[in-house]
Design a protein around this ligand. Sequence first.
Ligand code: F6R
Length: 606
Amino acid sequence: MCGIVGYVGKRNSVDVLIKGLKNLEYRGYDSAGIAVCENDKIEIVKKEGKIKNLESSVSSLGSSHIGIGHTRWATHGPANTVNSHPHRVGCVTLVHNGIIENYVKLRKELKDLGYSFKSDTDTEVACALIDSIYKECKDKLLTMKKANEKIIGSFAFAILFDDDFDNIYVMRKDSPLIIAISDDGNFIASDVPAILEFTNKYILLEKDEYGVISGDKVIVYDNDFNILDKEILTYEESLDSAMKNGYEHFMIKEINDEPRTLTATYEQFFKSDINELLCNMPDFSKYKSIDIIGCGSAYHAGLVGKSFLERYADIPVNTYLASEYRYEKNFSDSSTLTILISQSGETADTLAALRKAKDRGIDTLGIINTVGSSIAREASKVFYIKVGCEVSVATTKAYSAQVLILELMALCIGVRKGIISLEAANDIISDIKELPSLIEEEINNKPSYDKIASLIYKNEDIFFLGRGIDYSLCMEGSLKLKEISYIHSESYAAGELKHGTISLIDKGTPVIGLVTDPDLAMKTISNIKETKARGSFVVLVTLESIFDEYKNDDFYDEVITIKDVDSFASPLLAITIFQLISYEVAKLRGEAIDKPRNLAKSVTVE
Ligand code: F6R
């Protein structure tokens, strides 16, 4: 949520900042701006909209050795040029990622000191605060520490002071920040993709740490101003994995990554059989209950995980939206495992939920993609899903890998408890190993998705229907469709529709029915028929064997079949189909698939 980047060194900072911002645009794209030092003076260029608007406005800038940049996801005040970063007050210019909760109080105090404000933002208030503290104490480190003490909320700041154009100053609380290192200059950024074109060596700035970065030196201090010996990390993924690789959009590139990334997900636990999985996965069978927490798609992955853990591992599971978990009474204790699911590892509500669980002494497990992210570092244990950089705002490969890890946990606990035999477990493992090639086959079935997309893309309301796990998968399918196509879409438990919502079904309303559980097929199909009787246009997604049994029933208009596989593999095949249909629908509607309006990839505000 918001991306910040900075550079100081031998290169022209304008070029570095624009390249960095382009690679961070997935974090927000309401507006963008840069501040560079040219002839010992700060020059600021800001533009509403995407980075390309900014890019065409920076040509007037000369060469500069130092600068900071920002791509915004609006929180305080509309997405316009005045509210864009960088902000400048007095002798301070800065960019900010996060939210300052006490900014109204601070603004009042600063107004009393004579400051006035041009924008609606909390960031301009922080800028004035830092300026006022610096004017008084004349010490930059002390200024940052005092600002840190006064500001309530989450933040990472990159700051330029007018009397020092050799250094970028950085500080952070709960928003991520890295410092990257190269032979011809040093960088700061919210996330690794911003700097990968220049270097893969970086330092993670932690909460309450301060950095002073020049062209050839990086110094990091703790809150008592001790110099820290920070580990220099190497980002192992290639830039390619963060780039489109010739695909039209990141989303379709990332769906195409799934066969490879799902293999990487399970191969960290096994390559051959269940015994290997049992050796490599910790023993979770001691827990009496599990809480699963996440937001959006990560929450949806948790719902699928709940079904597997309850059915195959016989453990009661509660699933929570992270934003609700924080404020609900919670009955878990030391016999509960709390699982936090997050692609970014930085989602503010999920991070806060993790801290709440930890404060109560509960064991926590993060299922995370971004290595070294806050949740990954703070959880007692972490499983990385290993899907590489996911750039498209709508998650695809990360969701699938999250589901797979939860399934593997259920499988392991089920075997350890004697609920699943070793032989049955090995059959499941064979099906999981077949998944990558089956997903590849599905991806190659593009004409089917094109056809269905062409039949439904002009509608403004679409319903997804399913029962059990299929309902959870429909929730994710529906979210995928609505977030990138802007079609209103709802997912309903198949049996629930008739308790009110069926009144919305009209002639031609698309209903996408998912039926992957043979035991529930008859019931769900009856519910689909209820909509058909009211004129819906039914797209059936089902297993080949279920289709064979019901194909002569007149209740569907289009069908996509899924290979007959074990119940562990079918959710991942079903979701890929939904991802592909959503992608083709959004494409026909001409929407900004990778960067849907109003959204950002990493939601670091509560
Ligand atoms: C939807 C989507 C979001 C995220 C949610 C949580 O496609 O990507 O719903 O799943 O914002 O993000 P993470 O997983 O980074 O915590």
